[in-house]
Every structure is written in structure tokens, then in C-alpha cells.
Design a protein around this ligand. Structure first.
Ligand SMILES: [Ca+2]
Length: 155
């Protein structure tokens, strides 16, 4: 027997397991509640500068996500405006959550806010309101948070 040859072979394996991301909508939106009181146009500019845009809400699940982010008493701008009704990011979503009797365009109401009731109202764009920004993707996670790496020595 040749003593220089190993009697068995060890395999050094690197295992990578993707941890994924949870708690996001299907298109990975996240929402941020901004307490600054701004007109709709200034709120839109703020969101585009610091995040992605004002919040587009395309489903009841996403509306629930917004409700969880904002103060229960706040009336907040979202990205819907008119005419015709258009989302700031050009989403073609037809999801609406109007309060009964809205939109009523009292005066000149071309921008949409979500009231404390969580239902929507068309309001004057010059009103000062807090607002909800959205991001297109989840904030970057560190590798340690997002993935599991393991080394296994198999003999
Ligand atoms: Ca109204």
C-alpha cells in the first residue's frame, strides 16, 4: 500500500442558501411616512428626491401597508391626481378606496389624500399635509441578514 495516498477523500463544500425578503408586497414596494406638511407637488418632489415617488397604492394589501405606516390621525398625500385620475409613477392600477361621496371636487380638488378613516378624498393640491413615499425595492440588506453561508467538511 502506498502510504502517501489518502485512504479517504474529504470534500469541502460551500453551501449558499438565499434567505429571501419578507414583509413586502408582490412588487417589493415599501412605504415611508413623512411627517413634514407639504403641498402635493412639493411632497412629490421630496419623495422623488429621497425615495422613488409618492405612494402608489395598487391593492387593499398595499393600502393596509400604508395604514400601518402612518399616524392613525393623519391625512396623507398619495400619488393619485387628475385629470384624468393618474398615478404619479404612471402605474395603470385601477385600485381605488374612495370615502363615500368622494371624489366630490368641492372647489378645485385635483390631488388625493388618504384620510384618518383610511379612505380616500380628493383635496386641494395646495393644502399642507403629511405624505407617504414609496420605494421600489426593499432597503439593501447585508449579506448576513439576507443569506446564509455555510462551509461543510464531508469526509
Ligand atoms: Ca373631496
Amino acid at each position: 500500500m502506498d502510504v502517501r495516498r489518502p485512504t479517504h477523500v474529504c470534500i469541502f463544500a460551500y453551501v449558499f442558501i438565499s434567505g429571501g425578503v419578507s414583509g413586502l408586497s408582490d412588487n417589493n414596494k415599501t412605504y415611508v411616512y413623512i411627517t413634514l406638511l407639504r403641498t402635493w407637488v412639493v411632497a412629490q418632489a421630496y419623495c422623488r428626491l429621497h425615495y422613488t415617488d409618492l405612494a402608489t397604492i395598487e391593492s387593499s394589501d398595499e393600502n393596509t401597508m400604508v395604514i400601518r405606516k402612518k399616524s392613525s390621525l393623519a391625512s396623507v398625500w398619495i400619488s393619485l391626481y387628475r385629470i384624468p385620475w393618474t398615478w404619479s409613477d404612471n402605474s395603470n392600477s385601477l385600485f381605488r378606496n374612495w370615502q363615500f361621496g368622494e371624489p366630490n371636487n368641492v372647489g378645485y380638488e385635483s390631488c388625493v389624500c388618504e384620510r384618518s378613516t383610511h379612505l380616500w378624498n380628493d383635496a386641494g393640491c395646495q393644502s399642507l399635509k403629511a405624505f407617504i413615499s414609496r420605494t421600489a425595492f426593499a432597503p439593501a440588506l447585508t449579506k448576513a441578514q439576507n443569506n446564509t453561508h455555510s462551509f461543510i467538511l464531508l469526509c
